[in-house]
Design a protein. Structure first.
Ligand SMILES: [Zn+2]
Ligand SMILES: [Zn+2]
Length: 675
């Protein structure tokens, strides 16, 4: 994208203007109207010094002026950065009805522009993130973009944010990153403090000499500080630790054999001033089933006890590495004059990145490979502190903040995981939770939280299909401790069973059914698709009776891990139905002769679990009535191989027209085994 500023091209390397911006330089950034209007010292200082918490807040001072889009387009062509910011944002904003191709007549209408500033967020102790500049056109909020400047700019003491960090392999970058960590440790009262005594994992990599790393076998009874690595394998790793090379690796791990991501992690560990590093491929004996099972059960503790986690968010495979410089932003950057406080001849330069996402340009990061890998969700959620090498910059995560290093320009809206609200899931000892005192709010909170976790998690891929439940075991275990939930059954919570049973696969996302057993059909872990939860609502008591539940664990040391068999002994009401090309039809029970179409009823919402074709009849298994919407929710099941055995093939919502809430209970209860 090319952007002209006063005839000059803004280049990535040199987009920060001269350090001592004179009034002349400042003057050249905008047109006459803007210089004498919004950027006139008195007008600008008035709104800058009276920034409000919302642009509509009565406390925020506003600066209002009128112009026409024709006039602004002209000034933009003449090189005014402010007018360019307005017109190019308005043109690219699909919700704003910019008179593009219409007669210039429409662009000659007088518009009212209202400008104000918003403060950065406050984390309880310090301001974090960036101040925002906001513009309304009439009633429409067109702009709410963050500002930044360079550290040596005259306005640096007033404009808090800086440009993003691009240089990843730099000790200065690591130093800046550690400032965020110590700010968290010292000033975030809600964030857990790293304990002095932390057990080192069974094996760690000693990075004292990054050129000659070696495996240090602690046996699990040595305390110390270490860093954990979260990354995407993306390909096989030939030089992982095996029973054969274990001994040799304790003397030295040949770095030239290691994939770039592991080498980068060793470099970063040393640069962050830490000695030990944990990487799964090197710290778990990869060809030992026993060791794998044992160490996998410790992964939750390994990530939550680490001093911090390094997340190689940007690398899609282990040979990619993550310390390359980040690419320049693809969005235009507009330098604008900033009349500094005090000396009336002093002007600084503030920069605004024109961003159609309203300032939250983390879209690139959302698609970072680490957000697609199942294991990385747990590693992220269980890490108390993390440095994420994303595709745009280096970020810091703690339970209270998600921020770019250097207080860089953007506040982080960590879209893939922010709805998982890990701060709702603090370490168990911090907040006492008594299920007997659970309020409706708490119920909604934990249910929504779990639903969001499952939705996010099932959107990721597992390399080993059997890992589906295992890679979430640590999160489930932490969730169980925090919320003191009842039994966990292949991904569902027994004390919220009726809600948890009603997951569905959105239309169009269905995939083939798995060939081998991984989870019972009633578990989301039985399908490969991303699943959606029932929209949270109060339900009447369940329409089934659950007599017995059996879950056979794959391994006793992983109580939240994989299962080898699971079944439910239930008494249920079944309604005959048929899945046709155009939908799911329920038949009225005991039809006698009469016209079939009068006795069948199309179910409004019906979701298949997989693309499997269900020949012939299926059955509706009512789960519950929603108290609010008066809908019946339930599952679609088919007979299994054994008598009275059924398995799930779908989910439905709506009710056959002849069934009312009052007469559904009259239907006969039948004992079934639900597999
Ligand atoms: Zn202008
Ligand atoms: Zn913190």
């Amino acid at each position: 994208m090319t952007d002209t500023v006063c005839g000059d091209l803004i280049s990535y390397d040199n987009h920060i203007l001269s350090r001592h911006s004179s009034a002349d330089t400042a003057r050249s950034l905008v047109c006459n109207d803007c210089w004498n209007g919004l950027f006139a010292r008195g007008n600008f200082r008035d709104i800058w010094e009276n920034l409000g918490f919302f642009s509509s807040s009565p406390k925020a001072r506003l600066y209002t002026y009128t112009s026409t889009w024709n006039q602004i387009e002209q000034s933009s062509q003449g090189g005014c950065n402010w007018c360019t910011l307005l017109v190019s944002t308005a043109k690219s904003d699909k919700r704003y009805n910019y008179p593009h191709d219409e007669d210039a007549f429409f662009r000659s209408f007088t518009q009212t522009f209202t400008v104000s500033f918003k403060p950065p967020s406050y984390d309880g102790k310090a301001l974090v993130g960036a101040q925002l500049i906001c513009v309304r056109v009439g009633d429409y909020e067109l702009i709410s973009f963050p500002l930044y400047t360079s550290p040596d700019d005259p306005c640096a003491d007033e404009v808090l944010a800086r440009d993003r960090i691009y240089r990843m392999k730099s000790t200065e970058t690591c130093r800046l990153a550690l400032e965020h960590l110590s700010h968290c440790i010292n000033d975030h009262s809600a964030c857990p403090k790293p304990s002095q005594v932390r057990p080192l994992p069974t094996r760690v990599i000693d990075c004292t000499d990054p050129e000659r790393p070696r495996l240090y076998i602690t046996g699990g009874n040595v305390n110390g500080s270490y860093v954990a690595l979260s990354y995407v394998w993306g390909e096989s790793q030939p030089h992982k630790t095996t029973q054969n090379n274990l001994d040799a690796y304790t003397r030295e791990i040949p770095t030239d054999l290691l994939p770039q991501t592991s080498r980068d992690a060793i470099w970063a560990t040393k640069a962050f001033g830490e000695k030990y590093l944990w990487i799964d491929a090197l710290c778990i004996i990869q060809d030992s089933k026993v060791d794998k099972r044992q160490e996998i059960s410790k992964i939750p503790a390994i990530f939550s006890n680490a001093a911090f986690t390094i997340i190689a968010a940007r690398s899609s495979k282990v040979s990619d590495g993550f310390l390359q410089d980040c690419p320049p932003p693809s969005i235009p950057i507009r330098p604008l004059p900033f009349p500094c406080k005090g000396d009336p001849t002093r002007f600084g330069t503030m920069y605004v990145e024109q961003n159609s996402l309203g300032g939250f340009d983390d879209n690139g990061d959302v698609h970072d490979p680490v957000n697609k890998r199942a294991w990385c969700l747990e590693e992220r959620l269980l890490s108390t502190h993390a440095f994420a090498y994303t595709s745009t910059t280096l970020r810091f995560y703690c339970p209270m903040t998600r921020i770019s290093i250097n207080d860089a320009v953007r506040e982080l809206h960590d879209l893939p995981t922010h709805r998982l609200n890990i701060e709702w899931m603090p370490a168990p000892e911090e907040e006492h939770f008594d299920p007997k005192e659970e309020t409706a709010f708490d119920y909604n909170r934990r249910t929504t939280l779990w639903d969001n976790i499952i939705h996010n998690y099932t959107g990721r891929t597992v390399t080993q299909v059997e890992d589906k439940l295992i890679a979430l075991a640590g999160v489930a275990s932490r969730f169980s401790t925090r919320w003191k939930k009842g039994k966990y059954m292949a991904g569902l919570w027994l004390d919220n069973f009726q809600h948890d049973l009603l997951w569905h696969v959105a239309d169009g996302n269905q995939l083939p059914r798995l060939e081998s057993f991984r989870a019972p059909s009633w578990s989301w872990a039985a399908v490969d698709s991303q699943v959606e939860a029932t929209k949270l609502q109060p339900f009447d008591p369940p329409l089934y009776e659950l007599d017995k539940h059996v879950v056979q664990l794959e391994s006793d040391i992983l109580p939240f891990g994989g299962v080898t068999a699971a079944s439910l002994e239930m008494r249920v009401r079944l309604l005959k139905a048929e899945w046709r090309n155009d939908g799911l039809y329920a038949y009225q029970p005991q039809v006698t002769g009469s016209n079939k179409s009068e006795n069948e009823s199309k179910i409004y919402y019906a979701w298949r679990d997989t693309i499997e074709v269900c020949h012939g009849n299926v059955w509706l298994l009512p789960v519950a009535w929603s108290t609010r919407s008066l809908d019946l929710w339930g599952l679609v099941v088919v007979p299994g191989e054994k008598p009275r055995e059924y398995r799930r093939v779908g989910c439905f919502r709506d009710f056959p027209k002849w069934i009312s809430k009052s007469n559904v209970l009259e239907l006969r209860l039948e004992p079934i085994t639900f597999i």
